[in-house]
Design a binder for this molecule. Sequence first.
Ligand SMILES: NC(=O)c1ccc[n+]([C@@H]2O[C@H](COP(=O)([O-])OP(=O)(O)OC[C@H]3O[C@@H](n4cnc5c(N)ncnc54)[C@H](OP(=O)(O)O)[C@@H]3O)[C@@H](O)[C@H]2O)c1
Length: 328
Amino acid sequence: MRAVTIPSPGEPDALVLAEVDDPVPGPGEVLVDVVATAVNRADVLQRRGFYDPPPGASRYPGLECAGRVAALGEGVAGWAVGDEVCALLAGGGYAEKVAVPSGQLLPVPAGLSLLEAAALPEVVCTVWSNVFGLAALEPGEVLLVHGGTSGIGTCALQLASRHGARVFCTVGSAAKAERAVALGAERAVLYREEDFVDVVRTATDGKGADVVLDNMGAQYLERNVKVLATGGRLVVIGLQGGTRAELDLGRLLAKRASVHATALRARPTAEKAAIVESVLAGVWPAVEAGEVRPVVDRVLPLEQVAEAHRVVEASEHVGKVVLQVRDA
Ligand SMILES: NC(=O)c1ccc[n+]([C@@H]2O[C@H](COP(=O)([O-])OP(=O)(O)OC[C@H]3O[C@@H](n4cnc5c(N)ncnc54)[C@H](OP(=O)(O)O)[C@@H]3O)[C@@H](O)[C@H]2O)c1
């Protein structure tokens, strides 16, 4: 099969489409003929050599895909050859075939194409497990999402506003602010010009955010703790602004607030399967009802994977950049 390889880490042209061995599904795994995959920020880090796949994962990038079941490994029940599926992957989506634990498969939601479905698993599983699982966002609470038009952000804005939360986000431009508001944000803060602490506090009569979903890490830690409401939960899922910063425990203690830092990719298969099951029950009906939609910025053929990475790294996109691997 063909897969995107990274012979030596670097700029987007480090991604090389090559002929490689087909994966073989092990016990409990399903082999998927990949129709589409999507770019995640983590793939950019992997390409640059900063994010190795966890042990046992495919060495090719790609954390999600959609396609058709091609073969079943030993002991797999509930799926049949030819089923249209999408999947949460630990790697290997940028390829014509991928072997995936059967618990990480989801049916393609009714009404969605395979190209659209490829844009869902990673962001939905991340947002669902963190905002609604770990941070237990309640209706009426205030959520602040950094990077409101990222793949993650476009999903978080839709799910949280539909849940009845008041949703704020940060964005880098006025055009992105408009898109964020259309996706459910009450207010999008221009992070280059405005202070999100001031904006969120003012809009909430001084209360602040009950939950913050953060992609910036160190750079925003102090202000994220400042913006938290009493009992607030800061969930750090990205480290785009660095890994080390000072944490004012006094401020945290006074607010009875908490800070979590978490990543989905290296979680054990059983935990991922539990998240996928919960997504199927909690999110898929809303997707099928058209209340939550994948936001696809553009679809590029796998041959243009370097251009897809360039777009994502330059943050020219809103939502997801999808890579088409074969004809749908
Ligand atoms: N821990 C996990 O399990 C997990 C899983 C998936 C993703 N993630 C993380 O979640 C984040 C989003 O992932 P993605 O793939 O959706 O990324 P993405 O689409 O590439 O988006 C990156 C976002 O970062 C924003 N950004 C850049 N500088 C910023 C700043 N100073 N303040 C606020 N936002 C800023 C960009 O905003 P503008 O475009 O408006 O400038 C853009 O929305 C990444 O950090 C990724 O590593 C974590």
